[in-house]
Each structure stands twice: as C-alpha cells, then as structure tokens.
Write a protein of this length. Structure first.
Length: 246
C-alpha cells in the first residue's frame, strides 16, 4: 500500500490515506470529509506521506499563494463558464485567519441590512448558494430579511460563495426570479450601479451594497469582519447608499 497526504479542494482540510496503486500529485481520491459540507468536498493528493513530512491544514493555509496579475475592476457581468475574477491574492496570514474563522464559525461572510426603512439585521453566509429574500409566514429562502418592503421578493437573489485555487473566497450574485429587480452599488465607486439581468452572474467586492426591491444590504467578507458584531459595526458607521428608484 502507498501512503499519501490528501487535501480537500473546498475546505482545505488535510488527512492521510492509502492507495493500492501509485498516485500522482493532484489525483482525486474518494475520502469522507469531517467538515460541515461533505458533499462539497473533493480530496486530491498533495504529496506522499513519509518520515518528517506532513502537510497540515495550518501549514497549507499559511503558504503564501503565487502572485497574480495586478488587480482589475471585476464589477462586471460574467457567465459561469468564463471563470473567476482577477484579484489581488491574500497574504498567508490573511488566508490563515480566513480559514480559522471558517473552521470556528462556519461563516464565510455576512449580509448586513443597512436601510432607512428596515431594522438593522446581520446574517452569516455559508459556502455554496445562499438564497436571500423577504421574510414571510412561509420561509422560502436561506436568509430572511425582516422588512415591510413589498417590492422585495420572498426569493430575490442567490449569493453564492465559492473558493478559488488560492484558498480565497469569492462572492457571486445572481437573480432568483425577483419581480422588481436587483442593483449592485460599488463600494469603491458608489456612482457605479449595476442592474442584474436574469442571466447575469456578478462578482461582488467587500462592502458592496445590494438593493433588493428598495431594501439595501451590505456585504461584509471575512477580510473585514470575523464575526456578526464586527460586521454590523463596520456597516453602521457608514452612510446609507442612495436608494435607486425606477
């Protein structure tokens, strides 16, 4: 039997395993994962297990990813087939902190309601699709916004959190069949306002505002907030984005 160290591509958890045949680095393996979403976990070989050689999750997280091209504006509409945005990589310390937050809380970001006509609310995001909609007597979404805004649908948008090959979380938003539309207002450039079309898939940035109907929420990633309280505090100290009326 050959011994190897395997790592999950999704949650970065590492474990040892055996194979009756010789495997190459990057080869997939069918192993059960101990993390919260085993159906999402895909293990690959990262090295042979041997004396004095052990790749732990912490070591993998602390490894600084290779440099990427300079960051570009990725507030753009893309199709799922075109891959991810080009963004500046996290430092090894940031990746480690991001992993620690995920392992301890399961959260990969937060949605904070920041609207003149709705009470402040903070909701954690999970890896995978997060359906966001208006709270009703019959829940139809993962994240329920308590608001009297009749223009927000009970299933308004899908905010999906994925992980790229460098271990960074990516945040993508798409329509979920809302009746009154969705706008994304840029954190860096509030003058940039994008209306989601039914076929759109848009990459979000930390601090972006999402207007669903006429209710506004703000994305806080684990780059800027490690818990719901900090996420809410970060947003409460900012001005309200101007509501888009159409």
């Amino acid at each position: 039997m050959f011994e190897y160290v395997f790592r999950c591509k999704e949650c970065q958890h590492s474990k040892k395993g055996q194979s009756p045949v010789k495997l190459l680095p990057g080869s997939p393996a069918k192993l059960n994962c101990v993390q919260q979403r085993p159906e999402k976990c895909i293990y690959i070989v990262i090295q042979e297990a041997g004396a004095g050689v052990q790749a732990t999750q912490e070591q993998a997280a602390a490894k600084v990813p290779p440099p990427l091209p300079p960051p570009v504006d990725y507030h753009r509409t893309v199709s799922p087939e075109r891959g991810g945005p080009v963004i500046a990589p996290l430092s090894g310390q940031e990746v480690q902190l991001q992993n620690e937050i995920f392992q301890q809380t399961g959260a990969v970001g937060f949605i904070v309601v920041h609207d003149e006509n709705a009470a402040s609310q903070t909701h954690p995001l999970r890896i995978g699709p997060n359906v966001i909609g208006r709270k009703s007597s019959v829940p139809t979404a993962d994240i329920l916004i308590d608001t009297v805004d009749g223009m927000m649908s009970r299933r308004h948008v899908i905010l999906e959190v994925t992980r790229d090959k460098y271990g960074q979380f990516q945040y993508l938003i798409a329509e979920a069949g809302s009746k009154n539309g969705t706008f994304v207002i840029g954190a860096k450039d509030p003058m940039r306002k994008l209306k989601l079309e039914p076929e759109d898939l848009i990459y979000l940035e930390d601090g972006d505002t999402i207007q669903m109907g006429r209710t506004k929420v703000v994305l806080q990633t684990t780059r800027s907030a490690s818990n719901a309280r900090d996420a809410a505090r970060n947003v409460q100290n900012t001005d309200y984005s101007k509501t888009i009326i159409w």
